[in-house]
Ligand binder design. Structure first.
Ligand SMILES: Nc1ncnc2c1ncn2[C@@H]1O[C@H](COP(=O)(O)OP(=O)(O)OP(=O)(O)O)[C@@H](O)[C@H]1O
Length: 365
């Protein structure tokens, strides 16, 4: 089922939680709502579900206005961060619950329920736990059962709110792979909320990046990562060096230091901008750690002078932390070979050049 969100607005008192949000969720896709804590992800999910009402705007399910449709009739399945399993029921009874509480007319027979629940438990690969109680399961197993329970009522939409948020890193990783393959099998239109960029990049077909009740960017993981539309998205997707300076022709100037802009930005300097005050030339540039390069002697090309703080070994990757002359911390990636040949010492002066920079014009520095 496709979902359309049209001009959704939501206030909590004076606080503007969602600001005129419009989004299309195509049939059968797995979409991540990604953003920092408090940006409005859960509120949007709850409005789509019918658990919360909006101040204005519409929710269309399969093209039909569902804004005033009760949650029970929207045919959505939920999975929340904190396992909402019934503690006094076995795994089997938990999964069967949604079917057993149906009105008699639409309720399947016990034999049919047994068949469906067994099939779902096989799907989440936990058939052997049917007789256990939630307290006898691991966190990851509980979330898989919660998913089986959400699927039991054959929802047309699956909404997941930080489904793996409470689990440790290894189990999270396993479960997100498993969710992706389950989705590839079932193709239920699914929206999941996360503040974990790695999770969104790994699992989703599309990512909606949110910030302070607004949408910053919508795109495939590749698009969002390779072409972040705003400084916020660049920052949020992580691990980039953010430098604020002034653009002067082909260069970015930071007090005493300079970096050269990559070729693809340089043609823009041919057309002088109409002056709107001095802030016009203020720019934000980002460089990923592998786009910066360390020199132990001052290079002839423009560079940033910095001091070595330390190098960090991060799961096979080497990152050197530097502090530049403006006091900013920079992270530069090195291969093990580069680390050996540079032999950097804490406190040593080095120079940094950039093989690529990502420029955001007209942002006040
Ligand atoms: N019932 C409520 N009453 C008042 N304010 C609320 C209510 N629900 C949410 N908010 C506020 O609205 C904002 C958005 O909340 P929401 O839960 O949607 O954020 P989120 O992006 O899901 O964050 P998190 O990742 O922390 O769950 C927050 O600032 C929150 O404090």
């Amino acid at each position: 089922m496709s979902i359309q969100v049209k001009n959704i607005d939501k206030h909590f008192g004076n606080f503007h939680a969602l600001n005129n949000i419009s989004l299309d969720f195509p049939e059968g896709e797995l979409v991540a709502l990604l953003g920092p804590s408090g940006c409005g992800k859960t509120t949007l999910l709850r409005i789509i579900a019918g658990l919360e009402s909006a101040d204005g705007g519409q929710i269309l399910l399969e093209g039909e206005d569902a804004t005033d449709t009760h949650v029970r009739h929207r045919q959505v399945g939920f999975v929340f961060q904190h396992y909402a399993l019934f503690r006094h029921m076995t795994v089997f009874d938990n999964v069967a619950f949604g079917l057993r509480v149906r009105p008699r007319k639409t309720r399947p027979s016990e034999a049919e329920i047994k068949k469906r629940v067994s099939k779902l438990l096989d799907l989440v690969q936990l058939g052997f736990l049917a007789d256990r109680f939630p307290a006898q399961l691991s966190g990851g197993q509980r979330q898989r059962i919660a998913l089986a329970r959400a699927l039991a009522v054959e929802p047309r939409v699956l909404l997941l709110d930080e489904p793996f948020g409470a689990l440790d890193a290894k189990v999270r990783k396993e479960l997100r792979r498993w969710l992706r393959s389950l989705h590839d099998e079932l193709h239920i239109t699914s929206i999941f909320v996360t503040h974990d960029q790695e999770e969104a990049l790994e699992v989703a077909d599309q990512i909606v990046v949110m910030n302070k009740g607004n949408i910053e960017q919508i795109g495939s993981p590749r698009e969002v990562f390779d072409h972040p539309a705003t400084p916020f998205v660049f920052d949020f997707l992580g691990q980039a060096n953010r430098l604020e300076g002034q653009r002067q022709g082909n260069r970015i100037v930071f007090s005493d230091d300079q970096l050269v802009l990559p070729q693809h930005y340089q043609h823009q300097t041919d057309q002088p901008k109409q002056s709107q005050g001095s802030s016009q030339d203020n720019v934000i540039v980002f460089a990923r750690p592998n786009e910066l390069h360390i020199h132990v002697n001052a290079p002839t090309e423009p560079s940033l002078q910095a001091k070595v703080i330390r190098d960090v070994w991060l799961a096979g990757q080497i990152r050197v932390e530097l502090q530049d002359r403006q006091g900013r911390l920079l992270e530069v990636a090195l291969t093990p070979e580069q680390q050996l040949s540079l032999t950097l010492q804490p406190g040593q002066t080095v120079w940094v050049t950039a093989s690529n920079l990502h420029l955001f014009d007209d942002y006040a520095a």
